[in-house]
Design a binder for this molecule. Sequence first.
Ligand code: GAL
Length: 429
Amino acid sequence: MRRRLTLIAAAATLGLTLAGCGGAEKPAESAAPPSEATGKVGVFTWWADGSEKVGLDALVKVFNTDYPNLTFDNLAVAGGAGSQAKSVLAAQLKAGNPPDSFQAHAGAELQDYIDAEQLEDLTSFYADNKLTEQFPKDLVDRLTVDGKIYSVPSNIHRANVVWANVGVLKDAGIDPTKPATDLDGWFADMDKIKAKGKTPLAVAGSWTQVQLFENVLLSSLGVDGYNGLWDGKTDWKGADVTMAIEAYKKALSYTNTDRDSLSDWAPATQLVQDGAAAYNVMGDWAEAKFAQDGDVAGTDYTYFPTPGTAGVFDFLADSFTLPVGAPNPNGAKAWLTTIGSAEGQSAFNKAKGSIPANTTAKTDDFSEYQKSAIKDFSQDKIVSSLAHGAAVPVAWLNDLSTAVSKFGGDGNVAGLQDSAAAIADKFAK
Ligand code: GAL
């Protein structure tokens, strides 16, 4: 992604014209400001149920107060990480039938839509709402392509968090306040859990396995090695990657055998909540589930960075767009205004487990976990999540997900390594 942006910037300096990188020139707005918009605003997300729907509802509540003349039209398509939604959305965009706004991940995934000229330029919207000053510079940089910004982030999530059942750890003689600091130490703890007849590590189907894979890669290869997988600086065929895939194989050996039949992240997290499993590697949307289910941090559950990734924040952000051809662009801008606002971000993130992208949002009533994430984000090294659209374009992620799923069945280390290397060759720019 960085390299891609650098290339774009370099090309711009040379005065080259890059096909597909200019964004749409056609202005979407009619004369009326968002405050005078009426009608329906159709918003496409994958926050269709459970704690994610609670988060969306909290945002919609602020929107309804901000814009009583507009009606929120919930176009959510279920499936964590957009596992179903992204292909539905792609078909709608292709058919020229966009919603008024849709959820996309900051980073490479957004770049796909920008390259396809499916998004309106929101740079003047940022200026009008003074958003550039209110979001962290690093985030704005990640959202800026060729000097333009095409989306408004609603949050910042962290993907390298282990959620653990305190009672299960204690029963196995593991101190919940002293998590392992590397993968080997963690596997040793998992052996203790296994000896107690519990599932050490809960995981669900395809995309949650990709997120686990991403965590093991980050832990094994470190920040530079991990980043290099996406910009061509790390050789996918190297011995260090072989060792990382071996470690992933070992991690999978501790997981629930019914993993592929668990439809989504929530049932895997539930195994930890129920005390059937000790650990679940999951983004911090899990914090929302624990909290909303009445679990108490420190007593019922605990959390820590995936062993070997302390000091690293594996980042993703949900960002909302104004698609070219949106039926109600002013209504969409009203929605984006609520999303960018301090009030919208406080209400939404408190319920979603994430942290506000808007640094002026109030967070004093946020959970201890969220407060720790705010602190970590301000001081950790930031890397881009693979499973959640930050590191690579959707097509790359889809191909790699297929390879990772296959590996879950055959455990063929060389097979996964060769496939991942071939996929990187195909997509790396
Ligand atoms: C991510 C998304 C999060 C959360 C998660 C699980 O891709 O960014 O907000 O929804 O999927 O569905």
